[in-house]
Design a protein around this ligand. Sequence first.
Ligand SMILES: *[C@@H]1O[C@H](CO)[C@@H](O)[C@H](O)[C@H]1NC(C)=O
Ligand SMILES: *[C@@H]1O[C@H](CO)[C@@H](O)[C@H](O)[C@H]1NC(C)=O
Ligand SMILES: *[C@@H]1O[C@H](CO)[C@@H](O)[C@H](O)[C@H]1NC(C)=O
Ligand SMILES: *[C@@H]1O[C@H](CO)[C@@H](O)[C@H](O)[C@H]1NC(C)=O
Ligand SMILES: *[C@@H]1O[C@H](CO)[C@@H](O)[C@H](O)[C@H]1NC(C)=O
Ligand SMILES: *[C@@H]1O[C@H](CO)[C@@H](O)[C@H](O)[C@H]1NC(C)=O
Length: 298
Amino acid sequence: MATTPICAQLLGLSAAILSLLRPYGCEVVTRYAEVGGRVSLDCEIDHHFRYLYWQKKTELSAMFVNGLTNANELTILPEYINRSRVYEKNGTLELWDLKLSDTMHYTCDKVPEGGMASTLCTYHLIVTAEYTQPVLTTHSSDDGHLNVTCSSWGGSPRDDPQWRVFGEPNSTGLWKPMSAALQDPTDLYWNVTSTLTLICTQKLRISCAIGNVTSEELEICTQLFPFPLNVIVAIGVVAVLALGMLLCGIAQLLKRFCRDSNGQRARVEEMPLRTTPDPASSEETSFSSHVEGPREPV
Ligand SMILES: *[C@@H]1O[C@H](CO)[C@@H](O)[C@H](O)[C@H]1NC(C)=O
Ligand SMILES: *[C@@H]1O[C@H](CO)[C@@H](O)[C@H](O)[C@H]1NC(C)=O
Ligand SMILES: *[C@@H]1O[C@H](CO)[C@@H](O)[C@H](O)[C@H]1NC(C)=O
Ligand SMILES: *[C@@H]1O[C@H](CO)[C@@H](O)[C@H](O)[C@H]1NC(C)=O
Ligand SMILES: *[C@@H]1O[C@H](CO)[C@@H](O)[C@H](O)[C@H]1NC(C)=O
Ligand SMILES: *[C@@H]1O[C@H](CO)[C@@H](O)[C@H](O)[C@H]1NC(C)=O
């Protein structure tokens, strides 16, 4: 008894899901197609129309591509002559010899007899071109950093290369890749690069991928610095400073010691003069005063 409404609900639900999955209706359907290839965009029609037409749309404009009429022929946009057709039977738009510039939103619109135009379906067509196999290059800088650059070109849409590192990436320093992309203004193909900057602390194997094309693996950091060069320079500077300070300290100490021993000598010279006025001993002390360095007081 209670199962019937549940079944009805389930049927209703699956019908709703099916209608969502259908490639027409009012949602935007995204379609991918390869450059030079062919694509079919379907539109459900009922033949009660005066015009049925496909347009390509940007945010600012809509341009007629191709269409059907029950009265007379529609003029096809020159760039779509010989590479598009709309099937009378079902309204499907077929495009071939696809170009990157065909990447656009397309709508199927219907104008009924004596009625207003309405959009039956919208597609987002993305024309793709496969990137070349990425190439890895390395540049090491004076401060001990290593740049690894992944380059690939001639693809679309724009995409960032993805890095794969085998080994322990955590201990190797800076791991934020810098990506850049350049688009050819006429044929719209992209060149992309990504640069990883790191400090070598261990041997690593590395590769990069764009789309499903992967570079060859590269072994990096094969010659290791125990420390990055800037650390070595810093240690060197500190060592020189410390040595300098040490030498200054020793010089000061020596100076003070010399002054002290001079004072002692002076006292030594005075004492014999006062207690024993012996010229021989005084000569001996004055002779001894020529001897450099510390000496025991007499
Ligand atoms: C379309 O193809 C026909 C027959 O191959 C050719 O005569 C015509 O010049 C082509 N038109 C354009 C615009 O390419
Ligand atoms: C529309 O008609 C063409 C030509 O008969 C056919 O190739 C295409 O598959 C049809 N599309 C649909 C959605 O039926
Ligand atoms: C390494 O990459 C950084 C950032 O991408 C750049 O600023 C630096 O000039 C590069 N160094 C070398 C030696 O290529
Ligand atoms: C490496 O770093 C990730 C995230 O930063 C962390 O989850 C992971 O535990 C680290 N591994 C090692 C071996 O330190
Ligand atoms: C993309 O790279 C190719 C191959 O290196 C080069 O010939 C072309 O000029 C580059 N295009 C742009 C827009 O940089
Ligand atoms: C990459 O994927 C595309 C589409 O899925 C396929 O046509 C192509 O053959 C693949 N390329 C490689 C090198 O696997």
